[in-house]
Design a protein around this ligand. Structure first.
Ligand code: RNT
Ligand code: ZN
Length: 417
């Protein structure tokens, strides 16, 4: 049999002690949770869809965004066909099905999500969930769980409780624990005098939301901090330190969003630090760029650093990977495919490291050898291993996926004006 690019790559990695076959098996076992909100610019299926006060914005006007649940499901189905492996879908509460009648956020139940559960089951996807603390009249002033008004706070607490129940029921029906992630926009545009009270209220609201026990076989709580948002530049009640403390105290998953820190900060050095104290992580794989935290993820050093840390630390079992970006300026299906394939490529690169050798160089104090090997690894034939993975998982190899997206754009998306 003639040597293929893959068999040559396999030999190259084997010489370093890396078994590419075992690596592909491990890669296949890691799901990525695709964010539903990339498909429609964080619009959702309630009447409003207005993001003002949320600190979020999707910019761009590429045609063809999903306008209905069926369109969003069709677009996601197309994206999953171009991504190797078995993955998950991350839903927001505002993406429920409200066609049988409007149900306000504090009263939603699994009924509005049963269609999503059936659809996920039909594709073999797991689900993840997020209460939606924005795009609602009661969040118009940018405060929810930390709101000074007890009535508004209670409304959002009730939403949090409702979402936790929905998440648990989704997880029960699908037989795979749903991560229920809380992110709230609450913050101030300008310097506050009282930084303390909103945080006290937020802690109390979170306690109230979590009063009911949650079966970890069905759902897991996660909390997500942020440095700033649009209109909350000076202060965000749910900061990183706030949620780090809260997650440690209550042993919850901590959600680290790659775009939620100072521009020169990456997640690389945080993962092994916080995992000393929290049971697990939810990673929002994203990319900050200047003021925005939600660009399509690239196969860049920050992304590689995340995956290296999870693999090197042996943290795959304690980490849930989700994507979090929304770009309305390019084809939305392509945005999912590019970002997810990049996350998987970065994970594959990390799994292909000759870790034993790197570790023993480091332990022996041979930092010359460590640096030399790390740099040599960068030019190994990783692309041939990735292509082989795509081939085996029956998805287009190389840039072939773009032809599919273009065909879909012409035959489906272009008709949605
Ligand atoms: C916002 C957070 C949050 C959202 C989604 C839509 O800054 O990153 O995760 O992006 O909930
Ligand atoms: Zn996020």
């Amino acid at each position: 049999m003639p040597a293929t690019a893959y068999s040559l790559a396999q030999e190259t990695y084997a010489r370093l002690g890396v078994d590419t076959e075992a690596t592909l098996g491990r890669l296949a076992s890691v799901p990525i949770s695709l964010q539903c909100w990339q498909g429609d610019d964080v619009g959702g299926f309630e009447a409003s869809g207005d993001l003002s006060g949320s600190g979020l914005t999707a910019t761009g006007s590429h045609p063809g965004k999903a306008r209905t649940i069926e369109e969003l499901q069709a677009d996601l189905t197309q994206a999953y066909k171009l991504i190797p492996g078995r993955h998950r879908l991350n839903l927001h509460a505002c993406y429920g099905d409200f066609r049988a009648g409007k149900v306000d956020r504090d009263a939603i139940t699994v009924a509005q999500f049963q269609g999503w559960i059936e659809w996920a089951r039909s594709l073999g996807l797991g689900l993840d969930f997020n209460p939606t603390f924005f795009a609602h009249p009661r969040a118009a002033d940018g405060f929810t769980l930390a709101h000074p008004d007890a009535g508004i706070r209670q409304f959002w607490i009730d939403h949090g409780v409702a979402c936790r129940r929905i998440a648990a029921e989704m997880g029960r029906q699908l037989g795979s624990p749903v991560v229920n992630n809380i992110w709230i926009p609450d913050g101030y545009k300008d310097l506050p005098v009282d930084r303390k009270s909103p945080r006290e209220r937020l802690a109390a609201s979170l306690d109230a939301i979590r009063a009911e026990p949650l079966d970890p076989r069905h759902a897991l709580d996660a909390v997500e901090g942020k440095l700033f948002g649009l209109g909350s530049e000076a202060y965000v009640a749910g900061s990183h330190e706030f949620y780090l403390g809260y997650a440690i105290r209550h042993q919850l998953l901590l959600c680290l969003d790659a775009g939620h820190f100072h521009p020169t900060e990456t997640l690389t050095d945080k993962i092994s630090a916080v995992l000393q104290f929290v049971p697990g992580l939810l990673l929002h794989v994203s990319r900050g760029l200047r003021w925005d935290s939600d660009h399509v993820v690239l196969l860049d050093d920050p992304l590689r650093g995340i995956m290296e840390e999870i693999v090197r630390g042996g943290f795959l079992g304690r980490t849930r990977l989700g994507l979090d970006y929304f770009d309305a300026s390019i084809n939305r299906v392509a945005a999912w495919v590019i970002g997810t394939r990049n996350a998987l490529k970065a994970l594959l690169l990390a799994l292909l490291e000759p870790l034993d050798q790197l570790r023993s160089l480091e332990r022996a104090g041979d930092f010359t050898g460590r640096l030399a090997l790390l740099e040599e690894l960068k030019s190994l034939p990783f692309g041939a291993v990735w292509d082989e993975y795509c081939r085996r998982r029956d998805v287009p190899v190389g840039g072939g996926w773009l032809d599919e997206v273009r065909r879909y754009e012409k035959t489906v998306l272009a008709k949605r004006s």
